[in-house]
Ligand binder design. Structure first.
Ligand SMILES: Cc1ncc(COP(=O)(O)O)c(C=O)c1O
Length: 404
């Protein structure tokens, strides 16, 4: 056989700079190390141990059986977009339009698309850290420079100094990304800060990328949403429909659909055609039968979503108790999301600790540095799980701590 006339890629050096510089995820490193180990309790990723409920799976199966296997709307099927608008109205008590909603192949793709919509190569986006690493990584891959603003940790928990955010903004800044409630710190942005930031961005024509995927996971003394249950303060409370705010959201968390890869963006109507184009030239839309499942999740899945939120609330108590017991963990109870982000006295270097805990304690926890240098010295543990497994995980962690 004649060899091809062009040189075959020999390795990474043959790749584009963007691909070869794509960072390895520190969460995935522990996951790859521990996955499939006998008896391991995996608390490394942002998901629970309950599978997607049957009524949601059945809707997808019905779609498949009925031949819903063709190309479909790039923006998402109209009933799903409409249901997303109604769902958002139900939460925030403000009228909304289905034209603002775009179905994406995951929250991750929503973030990627939001970056592409707002920033060109060489531009900057500002974000607060420790942060879910996929955000800065997606920016880097798009040729956009992610500029981090370190959050502060004090006895009352993590907080963000807005003056530092404003100081990080340069002429090249196109967007500020706010993830509230935050993964991994559990910080929730106060409503007054949402307003201040919005005004700052309005004056400068800067976009806000609002990652509010954990909006229903809030604890302690919080206001209720229009739906009558706890809800984090949101840019929804302070914007007008024309404001340059892109909301990122997902079906992964509320409805235990992490493996499905389906989410959404809410955006000003005026940019709809460009958003549609970006979807066309990436995934060309989400499978119709999956969208039917997502629609069912919105229409019939509230009781289930509340059970996931209740698991997280109980999980937070179990983990807080467990971490306090050892007397060696530096930690405050998170106000939102479903992670404990904690340091361990006597273990300043947590980089290898995730791998060691897999071997030595049979638990999977992500190292803080996976969330940026600002997370060094911390570990992240996901507590959206059924109580029995979590209790056992805390016993294992405490047994391990007493032996060190
Ligand atoms: C802060 C944050 N944003 C977005 C996502 C995206 O979720 P998915 O890609 O599963 O929809 C996650 C997932 O863990 C997350 O933690």
């Amino acid at each position: 056989m004649t060899p091809p006339a062009y040189p075959l890629p020999a390795g990474i050096e043959a790749l584009s700079a963007r691909a070869s510089q794509s960072p390895e995820s520190g969460i995935v490193e522990v996951l790859n190390y521990g996955i499939g180990r006998q008896g391991i309790i995996p608390l490394w990723a942002g998901e629970g141990d309950v599978a997607t409920p049957a009524f949601i799976c059945d809707a997808a199966a019905t779609g498949l059986a009925e031949g819903d296997t063709f190309y479909t709307y790039q923006r998402g099927i109209p009933p799903l977009r409409d249901a997303l608008a109604r769902y958002t109205e139900w939460l925030y008590g403000r009228p909304n339009s289905f034209e603002r909603f775009f179905v994406t192949g995951s929250g991750m793709q929503a973030i990627q698309t939001a970056i592409l919509l707002t920033a060109d190569p060489g531009d900057e986006i500002v974000y607060h850290a420790p942060a879910w690493p996929n955000l800065p990584a997606a920016a880097t891959i798009a040729g956009v420079t992610p500029v981090s603003v370190a959050m502060n940790f004090s006895e009352t928990g993590w907080w963000l100094d807005l003056e530092r955010v404003f100081a990080a903004v340069s002429e090249r800044t196109r967007a500020i990304c706010i993830n509230s409630p935050s993964n991994p710190t559990g910080w929730v942005m106060p409503q007054a800060d949402l307003e201040t930031l919005l005004n700052f961005c309005r004056e400068r024509g800067i976009w806000i990328i609002a990652d509010e995927v954990y909006n229903r996971f809030v604890y302690g003394d919080v206001r209720n949403g229009a739906h009558g249950r706890p809800l984090a303060p949101s840019f929804h409370d302070v914007i007008t429909p024309e404001d340059r705010v892109l909301f990122v959201n997902t079906f992964s968390k509320n409805w235990a659909m992490t493996g499905w890869r389906i989410g959404w963006i809410e955006a000003p109507e005026a940019i709809g055609i460009k958003l549609e184009n970006l979807i066309q030239y990436s995934t060309s839309g989400v499978a119709g039968f999956m969208q039917r499942a997502a629609l069912t999740a919105l229409q019939e899945g509230d009781e289930f979503a509340e059970s996931v939120i209740a698991d997280a609330r109980r999980g937070r108590e179990i983990v807080s108790e467990g971490l306090k017991k050892s007397g060696r963990c530096r930690f405050t109870e998170p106000d939102g999301a479903f992670y404990a982000f904690f340091g361990i006295e006597g273990e300043p270097d947590t980089d290898r600790l995730g791998l060691r805990l897999v071997d030595e304690a049979g638990i999977g926890i992500a190292p803080g540095r996976a969330f940026g240098p600002e997370g060094a010295g911390y570990m992240r543990l996901c507590f959206v799980r059924r109580p029995s497994g979590l209790g056992e995980a805390m016993n294992r962690l405490n047994a391990w701590l007493t032996q060190r």
